[in-house]
Write a protein that binds this ligand. Structure first.
Ligand code: TYM
Length: 334
């Protein structure tokens, strides 16, 4: 019996992933790869929408792949590859861009945020068409589900719209995917600014927990996390965003329920709670970090794994793109 298909990816936009990526996405990926035919890419073409030093981009791409594996993605079970190794992504993105409305693309909130942040002169066309490339990633693989954090939901909705539009115009070609978003952990916030999403591209490093940070650095960042003056370890998103965020991280990494953690720390101060969380974070990421660094010690082996997986991905992507080219009327080379 064929398993339903799953697709997801991350940008190699920093030397390390941050724990929002881990809790919001990687933990689900690890679990879902058991029951889905899963494809996970390192989306290096997407990362080109920001300025990059070429050597650093190559390094970040390998590091991102190593962190997927270190976090439990099994390259013998799932197809883990680098987006640019499969040229059909860029080719399908072009076709999809011709059925995407200008206004439709302009309504994507991530584009609006980024272009507002960088200003029109620094905003490139790639940033505008970014969600169309993401749709191509997903649709090439006849994907059923896309596990992401909630910041990507709108992009997956656009992907659905494009799939349906294409299917209506040219006949059933693409599976119509649905987003899978874990409600409780869909958004992990910055430790210093607990109403802003934790992000690889945050302006300050102090509120970001990097997966590859030295454990002592992570512990320090947790001890310094912004809380409030109320003093009780209690979940209340509105009134206590800092403490609530820490509780979500604690619960996600331990698999415990938030009320049980509140009970454990009732009548104790934030210092104790943060110390407890620091132990949890260091316990979880210490081994992940060690595994990732070990994988990066043997780059030839890592590159070999990525190449073998890209070959597998190309077969599926090639079949979909051929079908698309036939349907839209491109003359095929004989
Ligand atoms: P990226 O690289 O920004 O993030 C990767 C994944 O991590 C999730 N995430 C978070 N979840 C919870 N809290 C946070 N603070 C947090 N920060 C990030 C994101 O939601 C995402 O799931 N456009 C995508 C990459 C992409 C993709 C795809 C994803 C390209 N093609 C196809 C799925 C399918 C992105 O920039 O993710």
């Amino acid at each position: 019996m064929t398993r339903p298909r799953l697709y997801s990816g991350m940008q190699p936009s920093a030397d390390s992933l941050q724990i929002g990526n881990y809790i919001g996405a990687l933990m689900q990926w690890r679990e879902l790869q058991q029951s889905y035919d899963a494809y996970f890419s390192v989306v290096d073409l997407h990362a080109l929408t920001q300025p990059n030093d070429p050597a650093e981009l190559r390094e970040k791409t390998r590091r991102t792949a190593a962190q997927y594996i270190a976090a439990g993605i099994e390259p013998s079970k799932s197809t883990l590859y680098v987006q640019s190794h499969v040229p059909q992504h860029a080719e399908l993105a072009w076709v999809l861009s011709t059925i995407t409305g200008f206004g439709e693309a302009g309504r994507m909130t991530q584009f609006k945020d980024k272009s507002a942040r960088y200003g029109t002169d620094a905003t490139n066309v790639g940033l505008f068409t970014y969600p169309v490339l993401m749709a191509a990633d997903i649709l090439l693989y006849q994907t059923d589900v896309v596990p992401v954090g909630d910041d990507q939901k709108q992009h997956v909705e656009l992907t659905r719209d494009l799939a349906e539009r294409f299917n209506n115009r040219y006949g059933a070609t693409f599976a119509v995917p649905r987003p899978v978003i874990q409600k409780d952990t869909a958004r992990i916030f910055d430790l210093q600014n607990p109403t802003a999403k934790m992000s690889k591209s945050a302006e300050s490093d102090a509120g970001v927990l990097w997966m590859l940070d030295d454990p002592s650095v992570s512990a320090k960042k947790i001890m310094r996390a912004v809380t409030d003056s109320d003093g009780s370890v209690r979940f209340d998103r509105e009134a206590k965003p800092g403490v609530s965020n820490l509780l979500v991280i604690y619960a996600a990494l331990t698999g415990r329920q938030i009320p049980a953690i509140e009970d454990e720390y009732a009548g104790r101060g934030y210092g104790d709670f943060k110390k407890g969380l620091a132990e949890v974070v260091v316990g979880e990421f210490g081994p992940v970090r060690d595994r990732a660094l070990a994988l990066l010690d043997d780059r030839a082996e890592l590159d070999r794994v990525l190449a073998a997986n890209a070959a597998k991905a190309s077969e599926v992507a090639g079949a979909t793109l051929n079908d698309v080219y036939d349907r839209i009327g491109l003359l095929r080379r004989v």
